[in-house]
Design a protein around this ligand. Structure first.
Ligand SMILES: [Fe+2]
Ligand SMILES: [Fe+2]
Length: 239
């Protein structure tokens, strides 16, 4: 396995490792590094991927400069290596919503995490990230996304997950592949609130959707969110 690095927006890097056996056609595990005065990592990758991911980051910024460790929810691909990163970056803190801290991270993190309220912004110096609670979307009570305001990049985690080892950026449709992957994995907590939660993200009018699994895109971002919301609403059981 190797980790490939690509600058998808100004000082925002996608680190991508394809695991061929994880799905037909392969499955990418992507992390995003926001290179600012206070560098932020979104997703740590699984603990066993730490050597690969940390080496890739160190080619962009010294690991000890990392200031913020962030992710969508508590799963190994999202945060399995968080304590490894806290160990090599002495000024780094995990930053997450209050529910995630209360339910899991106050206990799991080797240093106390920074608790964020819905809509709170961390000014990274050159970049600004807004924390947005998305409980149970796509899954897990503590689920959240991050929106980087200067580039209008939405770090949407598992939303739009699709298989294959595609390019870092695509201008082809990502909704169809995401729905095909949903049929394969059934990973999303399809609930009555899912459409409303995803439509709220479309209102941000993102110019980039940065995906944890699959290609990121700058194309038709809000429209894709609205189409995804509609598709999930149709899956909600009616009684
Ligand atoms: Fe997940
Ligand atoms: Fe994931």
């Amino acid at each position: 396995m190797q980790t490939n690095t690509h600058e998808i927006a100004d000082h925002i890097y996608r680190l991508s490792t394809c695991v061929p056996e994880a799905a037909p056609g392969g499955f990418t595990f992507n992390q995003f590094l926001v290179d600012a005065d206070e560098p932020l990592l979104f997703h740590t990758g699984p603990r066993r991927m730490f050597p690969l991911v940390s080496q890739a980051i160190a080619r962009i910024v010294p690991l000890e400069r990392l200031r913020w460790i962030a992710f969508g929810h508590v799963e190994s691909d999202e945060c399995g290596a968080m304590n490894e990163f806290l160990a090599v970056a002495p000024h780094a803190l995990v930053a997450h919503g209050a529910i995630g801290c209360m339910v899991s991270l106050d206990d799991l993190c080797d240093r106390p995490p920074r608790k964020l309220v819905d809509g709170e912004i961390i000014d990274l110096g050159g970049k600004r990230v807004r924390h947005i609670d998305t409980p149970h979307v796509p899954h897990n009570w503590e689920a959240r996304v991050l929106f980087e305001e200067t580039t209008k990049t939405l770090f949407c985690g598992d939303l739009f997950t699709h298989t294959g080892d595609g390019p870092p950026l695509t201008d082809t449709d990502i909704v169809g592949p995401a729905l095909a992957a949903e049929e394969l994995f059934h990973a999303t907590a399809v609930s009555p609130l899912i459409g409303k939660t995803i439509r709220r993200l479309a209102k941000l009018e993102p110019q980039m959707l940065a995906l944890m699994h699959g290609s990121s895109t700058r194309t038709r971002c809000s429209e894709s969110l609205l189409r995804l919301a509609d598709a999930y609403d149709l899956m909600v059981p009616k009684n």
